[in-house]
Design a protein around this ligand. Structure first.
Ligand code: MOS
Length: 706
């Protein structure tokens, strides 16, 4: 073998691509199973209250119906930290759409019919579902995410802001957003004595295994979670979800395997989503745009069952040199569905606010928005004072400037017309942290010269299986076709979730470590593999502990060109360009599709996506993809993605940063900034619907003499 690395950095196609396009790849409820039964949940019809009666008489009249479960008769579960998993354990309803009952039958149709025939009576209680900036229930949570402080303060924000030559004070809002993966949350559950096997659509088989063991009071080894193929998750499958608990519970009760695929119209209430945020940003700067004081104050919500506090202000601890700063999070507990992770939780909504504000500051100071960001580039991470392991935001901005043709842009607002269309362009920065989580892997050499690598990784459509094979073959120094990587089962060496853009690093590192050691041991044996083969196991917990302290983040620059129809108020994106600095790109093909996917989702966030809370019913109104608009092909222009070569020895043996989430970060701000450039209208609350854009546009038309 040569000493170059032909495998890392090569654009391999997905190993399971043929299976997927020919329809033979099996997802959670695709496995043929003998004597299988089907479950269909009954969502609660009140936003808060008690179940007073469950009448299953009509449902059970159908001989195909095997069981109707509710809190009255469901098996008792042990506690876990996640109260959304305590399904059918109590008559109390914490939010509309929470599971009130479950029908199990020998056919899907019978289960669905039975669910409709179950009569649940409630004693409703008044509910409170609307977030406001002055909600009386607002409090300061202990932390916003594991280990992330709720508030941070540096210098003297109030004094410096009050004296600043240029002051910006604006409130930005992001709506509730739903992940809506193509494959719904789904599971097939089978018991064999006290052994439970589930085919489950999730982002982490090991994590789901542990939670199910806890809930059912069984040893971890008794639980087998298989997630061979997963049709997306975007965070909503990052932890065990109630559907898999229901499926396992139902299978135990009816003593048959049970399949449960949540219908699309139930996903919004029970699988997690991104909480709405209200973000006040204040910036005090000098007239050249040097930020002297920055406050980012976030108001958001969780449910009566807890949930994830969107850490949206954290980006302001990372992005710009602001000697005086304040970042805070306040949260209120409402009778709403439980929020969780959605692609770049925190960074995504936070950067909409911060990068919109930076655009407003640039205009207020008369400084080019790219130059403004360059002027505020910090030398160390502003909040921690730690050096960056690598930070190439300025290079991304410069490269994007060149590729986008930014210098040709007329800085005047609303200066470019094409008939009734107004044309404009905008820029925003992007960032996402570099996470690595402790994971294990095993590498096995067979006497025939083949290799098997095992790791309980989850390929949720990203290409994880493929890039792990590249990493393994590279470390072993053998061609790709000699290596088989097995992922997608909790029976494999335990590994972390496909979340926080950490998969490639967290799984690739122990794979690399096991394969490197295996190669060395084989070399010591003169390349003769023992008859029984040779296996090496690796664990990276100590490697992680031994890492030096650095601020580790990926960065990027997002550019957008839009056209706004002055008659209809419709915004269309004409061009999107993203330039990223994310360490070494291990597979340009799958990486590009991650970046493009993230940017497409950012486009959806800017223009189309948003769930609306129905104040009377207390639930999200959008229950299908006809009302929750994700971008369709015709909404998405050509998306141009580039990255700069980034060498960073402080990451992992492959030199990679995560790429799954950074693509969504900053996209919505770039588009909103472009809309402002096109029209002069600043939209601070997403999405930028014609209905919000039309009134100010019409006002501007009336005011203009032509
Ligand atoms: Mo991602 S939202 O961390 O699965």
């Amino acid at each position: 073998m040569t000493t170059t690395r032909p495998l890392l950095g090569s654009p391999m196609t997905r190993l399971e691509g043929r299976e997927k396009v020919t329809g033979t790849a099996r997802y959670a409820v695709d496995y043929p199973v003998d004597r299988v039964a089907y479950a269909w949940p009954v969502p609660a019809a009140v936003a808060r209250g008690e179940i007073t009666a469950v009448d299953a008489t009509a449902a059970l009249a159908d001989p195909a119906v095997l069981a109707v479960l509710s809190y009255e008769n469901a098996p008792r579960l042990h506690d876990t930290d996640d109260r959304t998993l305590a399904v059918l354990q109590s008559p109390h309803i914490a939010h509309r759409g929470q599971f009130a009952a479950l029908a199990v039958a020998t056919s899907l149709e019978a289960a669905r019919g039975a669910a409709a025939a179950i009569r649940v009576a409630y004693a409703p209680e008044p509910h409170d579902v609307i977030l406001t900036r002055d909600h009386p229930g607002l409090y300061k949570p202990d932390e916003v995410d594991e280990g992330m402080p709720t508030d941070r303060e540096h210098g003297d924000f109030d004094t410096v802001y009050a004296r600043a030559q240029v002051r910006l004070d604006a409130v930005y809002e992001t709506p509730p957003l739903h992940n809506h993966p193509l494959e719904p949350h789904a599971a097939t559950a089978m018991w064999d004595g006290d052994d439970l096997t589930v085919y489950d659509s999730n982002q982490g088989a090991t994590a789901v295994q542990h939670v199910l063991a806890e809930l059912f009071g069984l040893a971890t080894g008794k639980i087998h979670v298989i997630n061979e193929h997963v049709g997306g998750g975007f965070g909503s499958k990052g932890t065990a979800r109630p559907h898999v608990v229901l499926a396992a519970m139902a299978a135990r009760v009816v003593r048959r395997p049970v399949k449960l695929a949540l219908p699309r119209n139930q996903l919004a209430a029970v699988t997690g989503h991104r909480s709405p945020t209200i973000q006040r940003i204040r910036i005090g700067a000098d007239t050249e745009g040097h930020v002297q004081a920055l406050a980012h104050e976030v108001t958001t919500q969780i449910s009566a069952l807890d949930g994830f506090v969107e850490p949206a202000a954290v980006v302001s601890r990372v992005m710009y040199a602001a000697p005086n700063s304040r970042t805070t999070h306040r949260v209120t507990r409402l009778d709403v569905p439980t929020p969780s992770w959605m692609r770049a939780p925190g960074e995504c909504p936070g950067m909409f606010a911060l990068e919109s504000a930076m655009d407003e500051l640039a205009i207020a100071c008369g400084v080019d928005p790219i130059e403004l960001r360059v002027r505020n580039e910090p030398t160390v991470e502003p909040d921690s004072g730690l050096p960056f392991s690598s930070r190439h935001l300025v290079e991304c901005l410069r490269e994007g400037t060149r590729r986008f043709g930014w210098h040709d842009r007329d800085p005047r607002i609303a200066g470019k017309h094409e008939g009734r269309l107004l044309i404009g362009s905008g820029v925003a920065a992007s960032t996402y942290p570099v996470y690595v989580m402790a994971s294990h892997a095993e590498a096995h050499a067979g006497p025939d010269g083949s290799y098997e690598v095992h790791v309980s990784a989850s390929d949720i459509g990203t290409g994880a299986r493929t890039v792990l094979t590249q990493i393994a073959a590279d470390a072993l120094g053998v061609p790709l076709d000699r290596v088989r990587v097995r992922v997608g089962s909790s029976d494999l060496p335990p590994a972390s979730v496909a979340g926080a853009s950490s998969g490639t690093a967290s799984w690739g590192w122990p794979v690399h470590k096991a394969c490197t050691e295996l190669r060395q041991r084989l070399e010591a044996l003169g390349h003769s593999v023992p008859e029984q083969g040779l296996t090496v196991a690796a664990d990276i917990a100590e490697d992680l502990d031994d890492r030096e302290d650095y601020a580790r983040h990926a960065f990027g620059a997002q550019f957008a060109e839009v056209q706004v129809d002055t008659v209809t108020g419709e915004t269309r994106v004409r061009r999107l360009l993203g330039v990223f600095a994310a360490g070494r790109i291990l597979n340009p093909r799958t990486a590009r599709s991650q970046f493009i996917g993230g940017m497409t989702m950012g486009l959806g966030m800017a223009l189309l996506e948003g769930s609306t809370m129905d104040p009377a019913f207390g639930d999200y109104a959008e229950r299908d993809l006809a009302s929750y608009h994700v971008p369709a092909c015709a909404d998405v222009p050509e998306i141009d993605v580039h990255w700069i070569e980034e060498e960073d020895p402080q990451l992992n043996p492959m030199g990679s940063k995560g790429i799954g989430e950074i693509g969504i970060v900053g996209t919505a701000a770039a588009i909103a900034n472009a809309v402002h450039h096109a029209t002069g209208v600043r939209i601070r609350a997403l999405p930028i619907h014609p209905a919000v854009l039309m009134p100010p546009l019409a006002g501007a038309r009336q005011a203009s003499p032509s």
